[in-house]
Design a protein around this ligand. Structure first.
Ligand code: B12
Ligand code: SF4
Ligand code: SF4
Length: 409
């Protein structure tokens, strides 16, 4: 299905805006050769470690639209802003953790997929008057092998920032990217001639040093990976650098000067109703509440939210790290409860947090848990935490001495 008229491209773009997308550009369905090679290189050099599903075969498929849709001629690159004004850190209360901006609304995969489906349906009926056959199309939004940013860059939707995000002149980097691959023969747009210039703010601001070079992320150091995709412990040396992020991280975007002029979303993804997990300022989660969640409670609060991706245990692990970093003394009882009742991953991170917070109650709880804990990994975490709190508690040497008599440290 390859016929089209000069008007087709205009109709395609008009319908995308009417469907609620903020940005639309076109590129050809040629293979993304440079991006393919860059992504394969990253895998080889271990920079995508921690994402077992990000494989070479996935990249080879995702870089070639013809493998995703037989007869592909064009890729319609779409952008949907998730920026809503009024989000800021100013209303922070004590024991809360931060959620990345992209995760504050309903699950974007579902919302955008359904907008794309409607978009293609409308397009089909509009174009049926000028074309003799139905259009062929397949669409993706962060839910398949397609290299979303590659399509956005080549279509001129935006340019690659040094933090690897796609920056757009109108909406900054606060945009989701999606593509409709189609058999329509559309007029491609040229890539933008923009760059970051000499700016390096995101590189300097990244707390974990995850932007190891301009345009290169070490996945295993990125807080977004550590708090969302990572299913194991957060490496000890990175925990203090994670700060109080409990789901994702926006630091390299918050500092980006391009984002200062970002326009808010035209037809935003609906927010989840209050009580569905987010606190009043829509940015933060109560850390002690997270620690106390049951599986059922987690399902109720995060159903339909991107936050569900971290799973209950992952979110509780993150809550422990945030509480430890905030030295949240009022959370000691909740952490002690998690140290007894949580899964091994949660118990281990609760121990770490108690070691960071220190004090008599935390130290006694740790030492008592050391004598009953059976899991080898958790035992190691407790032992390390006891040793750390011992150093910081010179004035409570009596407790440590007493405990040392009970347990071999
Ligand atoms: C894996 C992944 C992650 C991983 C790895 C991140 C990474 N930098 O790759 C983790 C979990 C860390 C992550 C984090 C985030 N992610 Co993410 N993620 C993805 C995913 C699934 C694949 C990305 C990918 O292919 N990476 C591989 C590397 C190699 O790609 P890259 O760094 O972009 O490098 C490209 C360029 O450098 C270029 N290149 C390099 N050299 C050369 C040379 C030549 C000659 C050429 C032509 C090209 C070229 O080629 C590469 C491939 O395109 C995409 C969805 C998708 N299907 O594409 C979303 C996606 C990239 N993520 C997204 C978002 C929103 C985020 C977060 C902002 C979420 C958050 N707030 O926590 C953070 C941002 C972190 C950051 N600074 O990147 C959005 C980005 C939107 C945008 N404006 O760019 C995407 C596109 C999802 C979507 N559809 O909207 N993510
Ligand atoms: S998302 Fe956070 S940790 Fe990841 S590269 Fe950006 S600033 Fe660094
Ligand atoms: S902070 Fe500077 S270097 Fe980083 S993406 Fe934004 S403009 Fe580019």
């Amino acid at each position: 299905m390859s016929q089209s008229t000069p008007d087709t491209t205009a109709i395609v773009k008009q319908c995308a805006l009417e469907a609620g997308f903020d940005l639309v550009k076109i590129t050809s369905a040629d293979e993304f050769v440079g991006d393919r090679d860059a992504a394969l290189d990253r895998i080889k050099s271990g920079l995508m470690d921690g994402l077992p599903w990000y494989t070479e075969s996935r990249v080879l498929r995702g870089a070639d639209p013809h493998q995703l849709l037989a007869g592909a001629r064009s890729v319609i690159s779409l952008g949907l802003s998730y920026y809503m004004t009024g989000n800021s850190d100013t209303k922070r209360s004590t024991a809360t953790g931060k959620v990345a901006r992209y995760a504050q609304g309903r699950d974007y995969h579902r919302v955008i997929k359904s907008r794309m489906r409607d978009y293609v349906r409308v397009l089909d009926s509009r174009l049926s008057t000028v074309l003799s056959a139905p259009i062929s199309a397949r669409w993706y939004v962060d839910d398949g092998p397609m290299l979303d940013r590659a399509a956005a860059a080549r279509s001129g939707l935006g340019w690659f920032g040094k933090n690897t995000n796609i920056l757009t002149p109108s909406h900054g980097s606060w945009i989701f990217l999606g593509q409709v691959i189609t058999g329509l023969n559309l007029q491609p747009d040229p890539p933008l001639q923009k760059t970051c210039g000499s700016c390096v703010r995101c590189i300097d601001a990244c707390p974990t040093g995850a932007i190891v070079a301009p345009y290169v992320i070490d996945n295993a150091r990125c807080i977004s990976h550590l708090t969302i995709e990572n299913r194991g412990p957060i490496p000890l040396e990175l925990r203090p650098l994670v700060g109080d992020w409990v789901f994702g991280c926006d630091i390299c975007q918050d500092v980006c000067p391009v984002n200062r002029k970002a326009r808010p979303a035209n037809a935003p993804i609906p927010n989840l109703p209050l009580g569905a997990g987010l606190s009043d300022d829509d940015m933060e989660l109560n850390l002690v509440e997270l620690l106390e969640l049951t599986d059922e409670g987690f399902q109720d609060r995060f159903r339909g939210s991107p936050v569900a991706r971290a799973k209950r245990v992952g979110l509780q692990r993150n809550a422990c790290v945030a509480l430890g970093n905030r030295r949240e003394v009022s959370a000691v009882p909740a952490l002690l409860h998690a140290l007894k009742m949580g899964e091994p991953l949660v118990r281990g991170h609760a121990a770490w947090a108690l070691g960071e917070i220190g004090g008599d109650e935390a130290s006694e709880g740790l030492i008592s848990a050391l004598s009953t804990e059976k899991d080898g990994y958790v035992k190691e975490e407790i032992q390390a935490a006891v040793e750390r709190s011992e150093i910081s508690l010179s004035d409570t040497s009596g407790i440590i001495a007493k405990c040392k008599g009970r347990v071999r440290l």
